[in-house]
Ligand binder design. Structure first.
Ligand code: 13P
Length: 263
């Protein structure tokens, strides 16, 4: 009879991430992180802040545990002649512990390919930065019944070469492009369906057990008025919040509403 495995896989994590995008100077960032902690009293779910590069170090210095600070992008090279780019080791030394990769704004405005994003994922893992791989379909993909194909490609290509023992270090953020910054939140039914689809792809790559432990976040016009319903939605393990994370009060409200759904 086969012996039961004694390897303890990590439990699924519920996480709330703020993505400030290209907002907040150091001064504004420090003001924000002074206001935020008392507003989060009673919240036990991990709060991650994805801030501009310039704010990583000062915010890290100011905010103690359990806050986790990260970046919104990085280059796949370790160093070299890549003017204007930033390396994983620089983020790490500044106090960053995670990095968003493949955000649709990077794919759309900076023409980042799945292959490039994949190289960054591998580099982040090698550098002890947790990658948050962002995926999502455009409006035309959704209308043209191409959602599954797009997400499958983004996941399969983006995670190429990620070993089974590394995969749970990664997080997936599902952000339908048509719902980003538009005020159009995807319906809970659509989110549940799409998260199930994502988990199926993870399962085909890494097995059922891993897929069930994978943290899959939702992002796209999450606000205090939609957070309760969406966080109670099957398969949603937290949010990646843009606009509503810029105001500490509304971000904290989302945290409390998410906490109720994942006590
Ligand atoms: P909004 O919350 O502004 O729609 O942005 C979502 C997003 O892109 C987070 O990464």
């Amino acid at each position: 009879m086969a012996k039961e495995s004694t390897v303890q896989l990590p439990k699924k994590e519920s996480i709330l991430i703020a993505n400030w995008k290209m907002n907040k100077t150091i001064r504004e960032a420090l003001k924000y992180v002074e206001v935020l902690p008392p507003l989060l009293e009673g919240v036990t779910m991990p709060i991650w802040l994805s801030v501009p590069f310039t704010a990583i170090h000062p915010v890290r210095q100011r905010l103690g545990n359990p806050f986790v600070i990260g970046a919104q992008n990085m280059n796949d090279a370790t160093s070299g002649a890549f003017t204007g780019e930033i390396a994983a080791v620089m983020i790490k030394e500044a106090g960053g512990d995670f990095v968003l990769l493949g955000h649709s704004e990077r794919r759309q405005y900076f023409h980042e390919s799945d292959e490039f994003i994949n190289r960054k994922v591998l580099r982040a893992l090698e550098s002890s930065l947790r990658p948050v791989l962002c995926i999502g379909e455009g409006y035309e993909d959704r209308e043209g019944d191409k959602t599954q194909a797009v997400l499958e490609r983004q996941l399969t290509e983006g995670l190429k070469g990620v070993m089974p023992e590394q995969i749970l270090t990664c997080l997936i953020a599902y952000e339908p492009i048509w719902a980003i910054g538009t005020g159009k939140t995807a319906t809970p039914e659509l989110v549940a369906q799409t998260h199930a689809m994502i988990r199926q792809v993870i399962s085909s790559l890494y097995g059922d057990d891993t897929a069930s432990r994978m943290t899959v976040l939702y992002g796209g016009s999450v606000s205090p008025s939609t957070a309760a319903t969406l966080s109670a939605t099957e398969g949603v393990d937290g949010f990646l919040v843009g606009t509503a994370s810029l105001d500490p009060e509304s971000f904290a409200k989302i945290a409390h509403l998410s906490e109720n759904a994942h006590p």
